[in-house]
Every structure is written in C-alpha cells, then in structure tokens.
Ligand binder design. Structure first.
Ligand code: DAH
Length: 345
C-alpha cells in the first residue's frame, strides 16, 4: 500500500467522523459512532492501523504521524459530541433509577356492576333449577313480535318505539314487513327461540341487552338489560310463578323485601301481572310476568292442552340499582371509573 493511499483513507475517515459527530443527536447514536470509529475490536481506526504493516518502511514514520493525528482528531470530535449531549450515560456513576422513589401501584380492573349483577342473578336462578340460554340482539319480527302474539297493528311495533335496521335490502323498514330486522326490544324473543329448538319440559333464564329509543333520564336508557325466565312443563301454575319470583326477590334483595303482583296485560301471557318490589317507601315496577298464552304455544306447534308454562321479564338495571343504592341509571353507562370503582366485587 502506498503512503498516498494510506493518507487518503485516513482523511476520508476523518471527514466521515466529522460530519456524523457534528450532527449526532442522541447518546445512543453517539455510542454507536464511538464503536464504529474507535471500537477496540472492529473500529475503523483499528482497521486502518492494521494497514500500516503494508507500507514501505521508509514511509512508515510519516504514516504513523498521520495516523496519530487522525486518531486524536476523531477522539476529540467524540469528546466534543459527548459534552454537547450532556455526557453519556456511560461516564455517569449515578444510577439512572432512583430506588428511593415510591413505586407505581398497578391499577386492577373489576367487573362492571351490571356484569356482577348478571352473574349473581344467574347463580340465584341456577339454584332454583333454571338453565342459562342466550339469544341474538338483532332480531326478526317473528321472534320479537309475531310469535309472541303481538299483531301487526300493535303499538309495540311502532317504528318510533323500536330500532329497526336499515338492511341491505331496503333503506327504511316498514314494521309490517316480514323481513324487517330490529334491535330486540325485549328478551322475550329468547322464549320463542328456546321453544323452537329445545325439547319440553324446560326451565330457562336469559339475560341480555334490549334496546328502545327512549330519551335518557334517571330511570330510562336506550339500552338496558332484562332477565327473561320461562318454565314449561305439565301443570305449571300461577302459584309456582309467584313462589319463584318471591324466592328470587328474597335471595337477591333480602328477606325483608315486599313483593306485589298487579293484574296487567301482555300479549304473550294470560293472565298477566306486573311485578313490584318495595323500594324507598314506594312500590316500584321491576317487570312483567304471566302464564304463557295458548296462542304462543300454538304458533310454535306446542299442544297447549298438554303443556303449560309461566314467563317473566325483569329489569336488570333496576335490580342492580336497588341493591347498590344507585339512583340514576345513566351513572352506570358514563364509564366514569371513579363511580364504577365503588362497586368492587
Ligand atoms: N317483555 C316484557 C317487557 O319488556 C316483560 C315481560 C312481561 C316478560 C311478561 C315476560 C312476561 O316474559 O311474561 O316489557
């Protein structure tokens, strides 16, 4: 190797070091450059130094002088860059973590009060022999209305009282349309689905969301939950219905709860009652119930002479609110963890 070439490669190295070290912006990059130029194993300086052996002996002193100059220049570029970046972590003896600072406590999640309530209700009803089933939240009019004996002109089917879906087939849905789909307005849909598919006798509950276009206030929300119950067997009676709802209420709300059944009307039960529980000095309606209407059995091809049943539907939010002392349903759905954390399971 000629002296000329040797000097040229040293100058090239110095230029490269200059341009990269003048602009280096982080200690990590600086460390990488330090390794690249002066690293003891594979640094560029080391590599050039090895070439020195190939230079004629007469030129070696000049080569050595040049080599030392460039090596020192690169070292001082490194020092300048180190100062500019406030000193590398390498040179600092201070620990980068202060072990005397208090730790950060991990935040534990917890179940939403409605989820807790649902689990609790399943457990109570499970002890009374009810199996848990589920149904879809998007329903057709057969399951939400027709099979439940809710005729076409019934006000419950009004588009203003339901969330009909704009399907691919049609933009605006007509409630009398057999293909219309909607967000289910009640979990009674699951009664139909279960009787369509499961052999009798059966005893089920189904807990899930229902949707109604109500303006939110302290007691209304456009999405809420219901617990539906259905017991079909031979000789099921209204007395059993009352016993089950009373047993359920004392299990969930306490043995001192007062229960009242008021005669009412639902298209899918006959006779029908509304179920009230005493709450803060008032009778509050928690849901409806009754004996399965023979028309419902008939729509499903079940012999109503042979089979009888009762059904009920209770509002889950109301049960949860009464148990936890929550006064505004909207608080459950604001996703404010300061509120929700009060109901640790
Ligand atoms: N589906 C009714 C509602 O949402 C509640 C209800 C009443 C359910 C009577 C029942 C029942 O199963 O038998 O208002």
């Amino acid at each position: 190797m000629s002296l000329q070439n040797f000097i040229e490669s040293l100058d090239g190295l110095l230029d490269e070091a200059k341009s990269s070290l003048d602009t280096v912006a982080s200690n990590e990059q600086l460390e990488a450059l330090r390794v690249k130029f002066v690293g003891a194993k594979n640094g560029a300086i080391k590599a050039v130094q090895k070439l020195m052996g190939a230079i004629e002996s007469e030129h070696r002193p000049a080569a050595g002088k040049k080599f030392n100059e460039v090596r020192d220049a690169i070292q001082s570029l490194l020092d300048t860059a180190t100062d500019r970046l406030g000193g590398g972590t390498k040179t600092s003896n201070e620990p980068s973590v202060d072990p005397t600072l208090p730790g950060v406590r991990p935040v534990l999640g917890q179940l939403h009060p409605i989820t807790q309530t649902i689990e609790h209700l399943k457990e109570i009803m499970g002890r009374l022999g009810f199996n848990v089933t589920e149904g879809p939240e998007i329903e057709d009019t057969w399951h939400n209305f027709v099979a439940l004996n809710i005729p076409e002109d019934h006000p419950a089917r009004d588009p203003l009282d339901n969330f009909y879906l704009a399907t691919a087939k049609k933009q605006a849905q007509n409630p009398s349309d057999r293909d219309a789909m909607l967000l289910r307005s009640q979990t009674s849909t699951v009664q139909i689905r279960v009787m369509e598919t499961q052999p009798l006798p059966l005893r089920i509950i189904s807990l899930g969301r229902v949707y109604r276009p109500d303006a939110p206030d302290a007691t209304h929300f456009p999405m809420f939950h219901q617990m539906e119950g259905l017991w079909v067997d031979k000789n099921v009676t209204m007395a059993q219905l009352k016993s089950v709802l009373r047993l359920f209420a004392t299990s969930y709300l306490g043995s001192d709860v007062r229960v009242r059944f008021r005669p009412s009307f639902f298209p899918f039960t006959e006779p029908s009652v509304e179920v009230d529980y005493w709450w803060n000095g008032n009778w509050i309606e928690f849901g409806g119930a009754g004996m399965v209407d023979p028309n419902v059995f008939q729509a499903l091809g079940i012999d109503s002479e042979k089979w009888s049943g009762f059904a009920f539907g209770l509002g889950v939010e109301r049960l949860c609110m009464r148990r936890f002392g929550i006064v505004d349903i909207r608080d459950l759905y604001r996703s404010d963890v300061r509120f929700l954390r009060q109901f640790a399971s």
